[in-house]
Design a protein around this ligand. Sequence first.
Ligand code: ATP
Ligand code: MG
Length: 400
Amino acid sequence: MRVRHLSLSHFRNYDRLDLDLSPRVTVLYGDNAQGKSNLLEAIFYLATTRSFRAGNDRELLGWTLPDNLLSFTRIAAQVERDHEPLDIEFVLRQEIGRPDDPTAPPVFSKRIKLNDIPRRSIDVIGMTTAVMFSPQDLEIVDGAPLLRRRYLDVTISQADRTYCRGLTHYNRVILQRNHLLRTIRDRGASADQLHFWNQEMVSAGSLVTARRLATIRQLGEISQRFYQDLSGSEEMLTIRYKSSIFSGAAMIPDDAGEIASAFTTRLGDVQARDVSMGVSLVGPHRDDLTFQIDGHDLNTFGSRGQQRTAALALKLAEAEHLARQTGERPILLLDDVLSELDARRRARVLAFIQGDQQVLLTTTDRAALEGLLPPDTVWLQVQRGRLIDSTLSSFPLSES
Ligand code: ATP
Ligand code: MG
């Protein structure tokens, strides 16, 4: 899996970029605020159809377009997947006002093409697979449950489009059901209709739960090995899926059928509370992950270093997991992570990226990385949304 060519128009601070990418390691270096992370963001967007930091697609549109009535951004790439070339293109447009009505609200549209054929987001997710490493990964361990669910959903969706479809459906069901719960509460509507929505919720939600459980079981196992290797310790990292359907239960079945019957029972138990709160209190949209070191909760008792190492182990495990699931190594995007690591962890990560896969990494300190990366590494300097290839000048063919 790799991106051969990337083409950007009006994407953040890139007015225009056309770049052939090395199948191996590329370093993007330069001062702060030049566009290093923006470039990784564009590649991550191709894989997941979402940004790793923008809350909203509109943020991606470049500010510099002369005509501010119509702004747009285009992210296009030729990727290589199963040794076949594939063209992916996103065009996001925002039109402010219309010729006939300048006060009309802005209209935002997103157009996606695969090999020149219009597609939906869901058809594109996972066409490229990528794993992003960034200093914000720590939030997966110490942030809000929502961030952990989102992380898990993006990871699973990349390898499994059925999951992505099931999840989208489940989220719609929750919206409808919550609406109904409030109608019952506020306007005394009959609770009969809940039966239908409960069935929908159980059938979609059980699949989502089963898939997350299976993924966490695998990711947890691989993370454990990476954690010990990164830390050079015998400490045991345990990652568990905490299901609101099985609150308090030590063992959770992996079978979707068993999950479904437990889910149905739980919905019955909480129905009165669901109605009085006007929201669905149980289901995968309320679930979480827990991290433990030697049986102690990492969030409460872990040191900063342990938390960071766990987040890094999880990301490395994700790359391994995606490779096993798809049969191809994902693209690794390392945003400013090496500088934060101590020598041992840095050496482990560098050993990991020596494999046969595409890697893009960013740094402000080029000198710190010189000599640590493979000899065929491409060095690109990023300066105000432009790239300068300095590979040859930095590696003159000298004696040796
Ligand atoms: P650092 O080393 O600090 O992480 P960086 O090189 O990774 O820096 P980026 O985050 O890639 O920097 O780019 C930041 C620059 O992009 C800033 O100058 C910011 O003003 C600009 N920028 C962000 N969003 C947009 C946008 N929508 N349109 C134009 N420019 C933008
Ligand atoms: Mg950055």
